[in-house]
Design a protein around this ligand. Structure first.
Ligand code: FAD
Length: 498
């Protein structure tokens, strides 16, 4: 890496002068989340250390973020190691002895306006229908049948949400995991994504499980420790607090422009920005992204999953790990609650009483535009409907706004109905074999999960190291995606008349 201070581009701000810097490097990694760290490790392992990593935040880890809350630390983003066994995230958690707790989604109690509801039988039925849907989806893949929206897949399997209790159960089983409703989601890819992570064929025996991170060092610890294998303290190759605004590319290389006026010239770039960031046009591209690329990026979904933390003077809720609120009017309205007071979650010396609720999709978008006080008030209305008017006000209240954050624009991706695997290939395909795309959304197998980020970074790192060594792999993309056969459509005859 070579750095030069370009005097001719000194920028004047008021009476201060800021030096705009210009860097030259072989590979620039854009984003210091899990996929960026994994790409850096892979490049280094392949002998390429002429790299620069650019990260807008003042620390590495991306969506692995924890903050002090009440007298503990809570995870704002990723919280579970999802899929155990040889899952690299599980292996890192074991390597760094990350403190985790076992969660059990079946340890759940349902509440409506008249108090507790016995919904266990129906909940078990939903899980049974979900299994049938999964088997059907695999058969569809084998027979090359088209995808179905999640609600259609469930319907065919025998599940139909016929009342508010069913809707609450369906939300808890589907939306609370995928971050979006069955209507928006693909059946086939939801099932395949699930199988890759939890089916024992990829991560081996014992991989069908999750562990919930409760470590005071935060989930980020394992990724930041790995990053230390690449970056020493004050490493000049790590540009923190540096926001990318523009990426220029051609078949010779890449120039990255930053908010503070710096430029980084690189032979290759790996962008790990979330698909939400790419969709929101937070980055300017020159030349503009081609249509096939836009089709890939915009077809995908960035879901929003918001944890809303509350600490109370006393525990007034059940000891179960999870509580589901059955709202009589709105599906998914402050539906899924998690009890951190349950055995084994809070440290023994903690005096906190933490009950947190998750919002997704439209509810997340709506509350992000509200003040904390307004959100707290409407949640307290729900809690009073569940537990009566005598419950205390929370002493601490906090939630992150992932969707409006320009560095994230959501929480994790969800494969929507209508997105074909060719679209996904296009989202990931490099530009001119110079700009490579990584990040959890680019993993066809593990999108949404940390392991998706990890594998995608490693894959991009490997491809770019081959390019640096003059053996760039051929990357496929689909200039036009055509499978609209319109067999039964009146449109075909309309077109033939034109
Ligand atoms: C609420 C929530 C819950 C989740 N729960 C789980 C879970 O339990 N288990 C699980 O496996 N996964 C979970 N995930 C998903 C998981 O966190 C992500 O898949 C993973 O962290 C994505 O890593 P990444 O490197 O692809 O992207 P990111 O973490 O988004 O990294 C991209 C980096 O780019 C930086 N950046 C963005 N724009 C710019 C710019 N213009 N200039 C410079 N830098 C920029 C960002 O600051 C960020 O550090 C959750 C995520 C959230 C938000």
């Amino acid at each position: 890496m070579r750095k030069s201070i370009v005097l001719s581009t000194l920028l004047a701000f008021g009476c201060y002068l800021t030096e705009a810097k210009s860097y030259d490097t072989k590979v620039v990694i854009l984003g210091g989340g899990v996929s960026g760290i994994s790409a850096a490790l892979n490049l280094t392992a392949n002998g390429i250390d002429d790299i620069i990593m650019v990260e807008a935040r003042d620390t590495l880890g991306g969506k692995a973020q924890d903050v002090p809350f009440a007298d503990v630390n809570v995870e704002l983003g990723c919280n579970w190691v999802q899929g155990l066994g040889t899952n690299p995230i599980n292996q890192l958690a074991l390597k760094y002895k990350l403190r985790t707790a076992v969660t059990d989604g079946d340890d759940v109690v349902f509440y409506g306006e008249k108090g507790k509801i016995n919904a266990t039988e129906r909940y078990n039925e939903m899980n049974k229908y979900y299994e049938i849907m999964s088997e059907d989806a695999i058969k569809r893949v084998k027979k090359d049948q088209v995808d179905l929206a999640g609600n259609v897949g469930l319907d065919i399997a025998g599940w139909y949400a016929k009342d508010a209790i069913d809707e609450a159960i369906e939300y808890y089983v589907w939306d609370w995991e995928m971050g979006e409703s069955p209507e928006l989601s693909s059946t086939i890819f939801t099932v395949v994504n699930d199988q890759w992570t939890y089916g024992e064929t990829s991560f081996g025996p014992g991989s069908d499980g999750d562990s919930f991170v409760i470590d005071p060092r935060g989930f980020k610890h394992i990724f930041q420790e790995e990053a230390k294998k690449v970056f020493v303290p004050n490493d000049k190759r790590l540009l923190l607090d540096t926001t990318v605004t523009k990426i220029e590319y051609n078949d010779k290389g890449v120039t990255v422009h930053t908010k503070n006026g710096d430029t980084i010239h690189a032979e290759y770039a790996i962008t790990t920005f979330s698909v939400g960031v790419l969709q929101h046009k937070d980055i300017e591209w020159s030349p503009k992204l081609p249509a096939w690329k836009l089709e890939g990026i915009y077809g995908f979904h960035m879901a929003t999953y918001t944890k809303i933390f509350m600490n109370f003077p006393t525990q007034f809720w059940d000891d179960n790990q999870f509580t589901v609120w059955v709202d009589p009017d709105q599906r998914g309205y402050y539906n899924a609650w998690q009890n951190l007071n349950a055995e084994g979650f809070l440290p023994k010396n903690s005096s906190s009483n933490i009950f947190f609720v998750t919002a997704t999709q439209d509810l997340s978008y709506r509350i992000e535009a509200m003040t904390d006080e307004e959100v707290k008030d409407e949640i307290m209305v729900v809690l009073r409907r569940m537990y009566g008017n005598d419950i205390p006000e929370p002493t601490d209240f906090m939630f992150p706004r992932w969707h409006s954050n320009p560095l994230f624009r959501g929480s994790y991706s969800n494969w929507p109905i209508g997105e074909m695997d060719e679209h996904h290939v296009n989202m990931k395909a490099p530009l001119n074999n110079r700009v490579f795309f990584a990040g959890e959304a680019t993993s066809a197998e593990y999108y949404g999960f940390l392991q998706g980020a990890w594998f995608s970074g490693a894959e991009a790192g490997l491809k770019v190291s081959k390019c640096v060594k003059g053996k760039c792999p051929v990357s496929e993309y689909y200039p036009e995606i055509t499978n609209a056969k319109l067999h039964a459509s009146a449109i075909r005859s309309t077109l033939s008349k034109k």
